[in-house]
Ligand binder design. Sequence first.
Ligand code: RFL
Ligand code: PHB
Length: 389
Amino acid sequence: MKTQVAIIGGGPSGLLLSQLLNKAGIATVILERSSRTHVLSRIRAGVLESGSVGMLQEAGVGDRMQREGIPHDGCYLTDDNLMVRINFRELTGKQVMVYGQTEVTTDLYNAQDAMGTSILHDVSDVVIEGADSSTPYVEFTRDGARQRLDCAYVAGCDGFHGVSRTTIPAEKRRAFERVYPFGWLGVLSKTPPASHELIYANSKNGFALASMRNENLSRYYVQVPLSDKVEEWSDDRFWAKLKDCLPAEVAQTMTTGPSIEKSIAPLRSFVSEPLRWGRLFLVGDAAHIVPPTGAKGLNLAVSDVFYLYQALIAALTKGDTTQIDAYSERALARIWKAMRFSWQMTTMLHQFEGEDSFAAQMRKATLAHLADSETARRELAENYVGLPY
Ligand code: RFL
Ligand code: PHB
């Protein structure tokens, strides 16, 4: 087999890159380890920055998002005594869009089907060869047979556990990492959201987030120790914990119901540099992970794609490789700022086991400062709606 760009991974990064390249007349093949059903069943991100909304529109997959997504003008940050509203629209002139990652992925798959692009599911043992030569290729197994895909470039869109990052020789890359001593227990339930806007709650009982997918589908998270197992969390235990963390006025009026999905995700900050090795490029979670507190993971994947798709088009249609040469540096400049924001939001809102009493006071003071200072709220809002590309 032969193509122009081999894309490893059919998550949001790989699908969006394929969509934008095919629209520009560039041939791609996506190699995805899982089935489509599995990819679509992963409940993850819920908040799109305005730049991500623009990118999805540019890719021709914005129609359903415009109809069914919920634009948000602000969100709340709370502690036991305070509810601070961050008014994105007033502070930055921008909004965010609540539209689930599963919906984004569904729209991208449908658009790819309509264009007739090549997405190979259930492939295994992907190996990237010759990435530092002018003739890279990818080998993989499908239906029991070993196959070879020749290409001009390889996009590593295969997430944190993929093969692309580790294809770059260890001596050519550098990792930066912080692992947090807690995870998020997430629940999806067919209940109306507790609040019209997202609530990021820092309380004496730990962190909680009240989010949503639509007017009858809520998404909630609570901070849990890393040693906790999902089976230890009955629905009743979850709702009780959530209510203990949310402001009383919200907890008292919210509707609870049976969960339809429940999972625990560890929290981590991670960056691997550089994002390029020869003709191989890392995109999205393959190169970096943020804790979900700033809602940045999917949005960073989209901004990586923004920098890379233009670079690949210039290289493949005009033989101009200047943008490809700049990809890693341009993408990393934005990635590090989102890393900082996600780390700061995580530190500001979570309880750290074994912390001293000073730490809790610092969180309280940060929130009190946000309540009083428009400058502080604007700084947060500017990062939350997304820094410019
Ligand atoms: P993905 O989604 O992990 O997709 C990678 C794909 O590659 C496949 N794959 C392979 N294929 C072939 N060969 C191999 N060897 C392969 N290894 C892996 C996988 O099967 C998969 O299909 O990475 P991608 O595309 O870069 O997308 C990144 C986003 O999924 C991720 O950043 C976000 O979900 C993070 N995230 C959030 N991001 C936001 O922007 N806003 C949010 O509100 C938000 N909330 C979240 C989140 C992530 C969470 N979890 C569970 C980690 C909330 C949570 C709880
Ligand atoms: C979600 O709705 O899943 C969500 C929203 C905001 C975050 C993280 C997750 O910061």
